[in-house]
Design a protein around this ligand. Structure first.
Ligand SMILES: Nc1ncnc2c1ncn2[C@@H]1O[C@H](COP(=O)(O)OP(=O)(O)OP(=O)(O)O)[C@@H](O)[C@H]1O
Ligand SMILES: [Mg+2]
Length: 364
């Protein structure tokens, strides 16, 4: 048994003024017409568990229009051994307040990496960009997953991005004759130290993730061979050398051309890139398979099941795939999924699910 969500309260969160929802272990289906608040509800769960919204970098968007703060609270059942209350309070312009049993969390990174007592794996329709989109979208997926496991990784990601930005500024100053090349080596040490931490984390994760991804594709899509392949802009063991080799090019361009911020991974189906050649359905299914691989990876790494939050996941899938997917949800400790149409689910599955009906920011 793993931890699961029991109750959520939302105050001034998106189109919810003040609402409460009870969840059950197993499958929870959130149903409602368009624009009633299904996506917002799933977002609120993720916001409460991770301390930030997966939908936007701009937290102030979640505050209900015309209000000056948003607050969410959740009761988490801890493996059947008591409960924990987690809460996130946010007022634009102020520091976010994250608490566990009313005690402030040490940092967002620590809170997001299991401090809340549960982890989540989310799927929002826009996530198809992990497969369809740019390398940055795939890196974000990988870094998000690894950050939810280790706060140190989360910090390395943030600090690395800042270090690269500063190095780029320095490169431009060198190019324009305002700085000497010697000053670069101090930055390079820092960039390499942080970059290595990221590369090591990703390198260790990619092989197990690839095999879990292959299994998920087998279950959701079919027996076609599927895998992931990481592309290094600089090899892990020759990273400082590669950075040095790129000096002249980098100075000319005013940006850093090697390192984990330039890497990518390929999503392969039958040996072919789904990013380049996949159909819409294949891209959607492989995105889902990546999310299930993330679930299984967290499972093996932590010994606990993360909560699945899957938004509008049944649409666009054919009937057989919907059935396979529902089976996949049932074998999770807890899944909260949203839909406009309960007919996407078989009766036998709905009988085992909790149905949460939503209309105009109210839960019935
Ligand atoms: N900060 C906010 N304050 C108030 N309302 C908001 C805020 N942000 C979004 N909304 C509104 O909340 C409503 C519900 O949005 P949501 O995305 O949850 O709908 P949905 O039920 O998922 O619909 P669909 O089936 O179309 O995906 C929308 O009409 C949206 O404009
Ligand atoms: Mg929606």
């Amino acid at each position: 048994m793993s931890s699961y969500l029991r109750a959520l309260r939302l105050i001034n969160f998106r189109n919810y003024a003040d609402a409460a929802v009870l969840f059950a272990p197993g499958l929870n289906v959130v149903v409602g017409n368009n624009a009633q608040g299904k996506t917002n509800l799933l977002e609120a769960v993720a916001f409460t568990v991770t301390g930030s919204t997966p939908r936007t970098p701009n937290d102030s968007e979640v505050v209900r229009w015309g209000q000056d703060f948003a607050r969410t609270e959740m009761r988490v059942n801890l493996n059947g051994h008591g409960e924990r209350k987690i809460a996130v309070g946010y007022a634009p312009g102020q520091k976010k307040r994250l608490t566990v049993d009313d005690v402030p969390a040490t940092s967002v990174a620590a809170y997001g990496a299991g401090g809340a007592g549960v982890r989540v794996v989310t799927f929002f329709p826009d996530d198809i960009r992990v497969v369809k989109g740019a390398p940055a979208d795939r890196r974000e997926f990988l870094d998000g997953l690894l950050s939810s496991l280790r706060p140190a990784y989360a910090r390395a990601v943030t600090e690395y991005a800042r270090a690269v930005q500063q190095r780029n500024q320095l490169l431009r100053r060198i190019r324009d004759g305002f700085s000497s090349e010697r000053t670069l080596s101090t930055w390079d040490r820092k960039v390499v130290q942080l970059g290595k931490e990221i590369l090591e984390g990703r390198t260790a994760a990619i092989a197990p993730l690839a095999s879990l991804f292959g299994e998920a594709v087998g279950a959701l899509y079919g027996p076609e061979k599927a895998g992931l392949q990481y592309y290094h802009s600089a090899p892990l063991d020759g990273y400082p050398e590669a950075l040095r080799e790129a000096y002249n090019v980098d100075i000319e361009r005013g940006s850093t051309s090697v390192g984990p911020h330039r890497d990518d991974f390929a999503v392969l189906l039958g040996g072919v890139s789904v990013t380049t050649y996949g159909s819409q359905g294949q891209q959607r299914l492989t995105t889902l398979a990546l999310k299930f691989a993330a679930r299984d990876y967290l499972r093996t790494k932590t010994g606990h099941d993360p909560i699945l939050l899957f938004d509008d996941v049944m649409s666009e899938l054919d009937e057989r795939r919907r059935g396979d997917l529902a089976e996949y949800f049932l074998e999770s400790t807890q899944a909260v999924i949203s839909t406009t149409n309960l007919e996407y689910f078989e009766g036998a599955i709905l009988e085992r699910a909790r149905i949460v009906r939503i209309s105009g920011g109210s839960i019935t």
